[in-house]
Design a protein around this ligand. Structure first.
Ligand code: ADP
Ligand code: MG
Length: 216
């Protein structure tokens, strides 16, 4: 097997050239450990459970995975990320927008509790490629049929352990009843209580499990 020129270079991945050139301009020269382990199966379309500490680069792992498979001409939602809080959803949306900077016209929208409903409805009507939000508000939009997920290709549960700690299991269960399959499901968490094991068995297809101890 050929060795990559540098350890964990992004160029060895099957990424869209605009994503690769953007990573270079962002100064992302090497994949972090969790990215190096999870990106190949994520880009191959597999379901992945990834466990890694805060700061290990989990957002770019799923962010690149979902951006790489978006059809920019389709303004229906193709990827959705569930996060425990509005602050985290804002951070994830910002990072995905940064990663998407050189892709044509990708709209990333946040849907969180405490945000104005009317503004969300008019934004939704204009269409978006990616939704990042908290389970409660997303479930509310699905119940009211103001959010359509017919074209969803990737679902991400970020900080899954914190979402469960915050009591989001019923909202997540309701969301899972609405999301289409087949789809790719990615689950990121710092810890793996048995509740997460059980959820993953219900919502994922033979997931690959990755555990990274170190920061980078
Ligand atoms: P986590 O979700 O695992 O806590 P983040 O996704 O928030 O971690 O990433 C932590 C920081 O590392 C962010 O500031 C992000 O921009 C940066 N980062 C992620 N991947 C890389 C990389 N490959 N090279 C350089 N910086 C990176
Ligand atoms: Mg994170």
């Amino acid at each position: 097997m050929n060795q990559p020129a540098q350890p964990h270079s992004f160029t060895t991945l099957n990424l869209h050239p605009d994503l690769l050139s953007n990573l270079e301009s962002l100064g992302y020269l090497h994949q972090t450990e969790i990215q190096a382990q999870s990106l190949p199966p994520i880009l191959a379309g597999q379901d992945v459970i990834a466990q890694g500490k805060t700061g290990s680069g989990k957002t770019a792992a799923f962010g690149l995975g979902l951006l790489n498979q978006l059809d920019s001409k389709n303004f229906n939602i193709q990827a959705m990320v569930l996060c425990p809080t509005r602050e985290l959803a804002d951070q994830v949306a910002e990072e995905i927008r940064r990663l998407a900077r050189r892709l044509p016209n990708i709209k990333v929208m946040t849907l969180c509790g405490g945000m104005n409903m009317g503004a969300q409805l008019s934004s939704l009507q204009q269409g978006a490629h990616v939704i990042v939000g908290t389970p409660g508000r997303i479930e509310e939009h699905l119940r009211k049929q103001t959010l359509k997920l017919d074209d969803l290709k990737v679902l991400v549960l970020d900080e899954a352990d914190r979402m469960l700690d915050m009591g989001f299991q019923p909202a997540i269960d309701a969301i899972m009843e609405t999301v289409p399959s087949p789809r790719q499901t990615l689950l990121f968490s710092a810890t793996f209580p048995s509740q997460i094991e059980q959820i993953s068995e219900r919502i994922m297809q033979t997931p690959l499990r990755i555990q990274v101890e170190s920061q980078h």
